[in-house]
Design a protein around this ligand. Structure first.
Ligand SMILES: Nc1ncnc2c1ncn2[C@@H]1O[C@H](COP(=O)(O)OP(=O)(O)OP(=O)(O)O)[C@@H](O)[C@H]1O
Length: 333
């Protein structure tokens, strides 16, 4: 991982990650089958300015979690580069916040101990206790909660605890992996509000991944829409929501319930995600695309800047044949 050149805290360039999911050699000889490679992430580039949120959205299996793992350094890329722009090239301080916080909290530890664990070891006991109390207050809990166990909290409270833990580690970059998906809608908005408030107060940078566009809208500065390992559209939150360009982005937006007119007929996102072991040729979205043309099955479209400032990988958009933008509608959680 190198050093990012400009003001972005993180710059991802042509990132690729493939997994070899082949059967064992002898089995392949018997069944006369070849190697099987999954390109989970294929040529993805984006950057995140310090203090802002970049969201990655897309259906299950499109490669969102793999990108998070690569950024976290839990996996090594097979192609491309991830560069962090930190003073004196110091390691970036990043923490992950997962969908189900119960898995990342030790059930036998009082939560005060879990929160204190990533703190600076040179702090004495009193200073640590004081800092734990402060952090609990920061995330909307009480200092006295430090003495309780994870099972004594609700899902939303546990997510607050995992955010406090990330702050205890003095994180500057939070990797938010579906952080509100396991929560009730009313609790989701409280956690999103907390994240927004912390970002404003502490200047945190977020990489937020979600399959749900309506969740990211509230928090995001920029959005990357992924399909089968590739970025198909990347732009400001406003541009992607108000004037979506890629047919896949439009169909994803169509899946968000229309609160004002729930019975309205909407174009459904039909067909299954193709197997990542055998991705379609050309544009990977072409078998499900309402605008597919001949070129789409043979030539891979590259991201190109379009009129609204977004970057879009679509032959039809490039030729000006995009569908009329749908009426902007979304559910604010
Ligand atoms: N360790 C691995 N070994 C083999 N294949 C993997 C591995 N990790 C991910 N994949 C494959 O890579 C593709 C992308 O997976 P990934 O988990 O990144 O998608 P995702 O968009 O985060 O999905 P979800 O929302 O379901 O978590 C999938 O086809 C998945 O099966």
């Amino acid at each position: 991982m190198g050093k990012a050149a400009d003001t972005a805290l993180i710059k991802v360039v042509n990132l690729g990650k493939s997994f070899d999911v082949s059967e064992p050699f002898l089995q392949r000889v018997v069944t006369r089958s070849g190697r099987k490679i999954v390109n989970a992430v294929d040529g993805v580039s984006f950057s995140i300015e310090r203090g802002t949120t970049f969201s990655i959205v897309g259906e299950s299996g499109c490669g969102k979690s793999t990108i998070t793992r690569l950024v976290a350094g839990l996996d090594r890329p097979t192609a491309g580069e991830i560069a962090f722009n930190t003073p004196d090239a110091a390691p970036v301080r990043l923490q992950m916040v997962f969908q189900d916080p119960i898995g990342s909290l030790n059930p036998r530890w009082r939560i005060g101990r879990s929160i204190a664990e990533p703190m600076d070891r040179t702090m004495d006991g009193n200073a640590r206790r004081e800092r734990v109390g402060e952090l609990l207050k920061t995330v909307g809990l009480a200092p006295a909660d430090a003495g309780k166990y994870p099972h004594e909290f609700s899902g939303g409270q546990r997510q607050r605890i995992s955010i406090a833990r990330a702050l205890a580690a003095d994180a500057e970059l939070l990797l938010l992996d579906e952080p509100t998906s396991a929560l009730d809608v009313s609790v989701q908005s409280q956690v999103l509000n907390l994240l927004k408030d912390l970002q404003e107060r502490l200047g945190l940078t977020y990489l937020f991944i979600s399959h749900n566009l309506s969740v990211v809208r509230f928090l995001t500065d920029r959005i990357g829409v992924m399909y089968l390992g590739r970025l198909v559209e990347e732009g400001s939150g406003q541009a992607v929501f108000d004037t979506p360009q890629h047919p896949y982005t439009k169909l994803l937006l169509e899946t968000i319930p229309d609160m004002e007119n729930p019975k309205r007929d909407r174009a459904p996102l039909t067909g299954d995600l193709p197997s990542p072991l055998k991705p379609p040729s050309g544009c990977v979205f072409h078998p499900r695309c309402p605008l597919a043309m001949e070129v789409c099955s043979t030539v891979r479209p590259e991201l190109q800047v379009v009129e609204n400032g977004s970057n879009v990988a679509c032959h039809a958009v490039a030729q000006g044949a995009a569908m009329a933008a749908p009426v902007n509608r979304y559910a604010v959680v």
